[in-house]
Ligand binder design. Structure first.
Ligand SMILES: C[S@@+](CC[C@H](N)C(=O)[O-])C[C@H]1O[C@@H](n2cnc3c(N)ncnc32)[C@H](O)[C@@H]1O
Length: 220
């Protein structure tokens, strides 16, 4: 994988294997702020202060770091779980400019902790942010009635169609608690039909820069 600079100055990675970037080329931090923090976390935070989050495709840890910072800013208590089968090497992570770009250069060590902490063990990183990561395939991950919010951030359906199936979304649906939501950058028609088949109620929302739409789906 190689590092590239996106339009807002934040880094992302390019996967040679799948031929896609880890975030939008129009801004990794901007996309994450819009799709996952504003449309997911802040939306949920209106209703509850304690939020259990699942991230599908932990990757660089950008969404996890931004969620941690947001929990501190808004006095939320977040229990965060990430699923990732192919973690980027630590040398690659250390070269990403997220702590600097987010105005928290002093949190570089915390950012690294997301990557160096042991798999499968829950760690309380602070009073407001606990973290667990699982090195398992997305296709087989399920944890019934466990999460209020899912950040579905797999590589795009063209790159990894096996991760965008009705079966996977049934697992996601069952992993949510009642009234839980899933947010993602993807807004493709076939994907939204699969969400509906899995039982979700689907909303089409404005996307981040460079993308007309994104999706929020709810378990009712
Ligand atoms: C779009 S990237 C995630 C970006 C990440 N959310 C971030 O903020 O950096 C998709 C991630 O899914 C991971 N992945 C691909 N196939 C997987 C699988 N079958 N099971 C688990 N993780 C997988 C990739 O290694 C990659 O890190």
């Amino acid at each position: 994988m190689s590092q590239i600079v996106t339009t807002d100055g934040s880094h992302t990675l390019f996967s040679e294997q799948y031929g896609v970037t880890y975030h939008s080329r129009y801004g990794a931090v901007t996309e994450t702020a819009h799709v996952y923090i504003t449309t997911g976390l802040r939306y949920k935070a209106v209703m509850q202060r304690e939020i259990s989050v699942l991230e599908i495709g932990l990757g660089t840890g950008l969404i996890a770091l931004m969620t941690w910072l947001e929990a501190e800013k808004r006095a939320l208590v977040v229990d965060y779980t990430g699923v990732e089968l192919f973690p980027p090497p630590l040398e690659v992570i250390k070269n990403l400019n997220y702590p600097q770009l987010l105005g928290v250069p002093d949190r570089a060590a915390d950012f690294c902790k997301l990557h160096t902490t042991r798999w499968g063990r829950r760690q309380a990183f602070s009073e407001v942010f606990s973290f667990t990561k699982h090195k398992v395939p997305i296709e087989s991950f399920s944890a019934p009635d466990s999460f209020d919010l899912i950040f579905f951030d797999a590589f795009a359906p063209q790159a990894q169609p096996e991760l965008w199936t009705v079966e996977v979304f049934k697992n996601m649906y069952e992993s949510l608690r009642p009234e839980g939501i899933l947010v993602t950058y993807c807004a493709q028609g076939e994907f939204k039909r699969s969400l509906k088949k899995a039982g979700f109620v689907v909303e089409r929302l404005q996307g981040p820069p460079g993308k007309r739409e994104m999706t929020r789906a709810s378990r009712c």
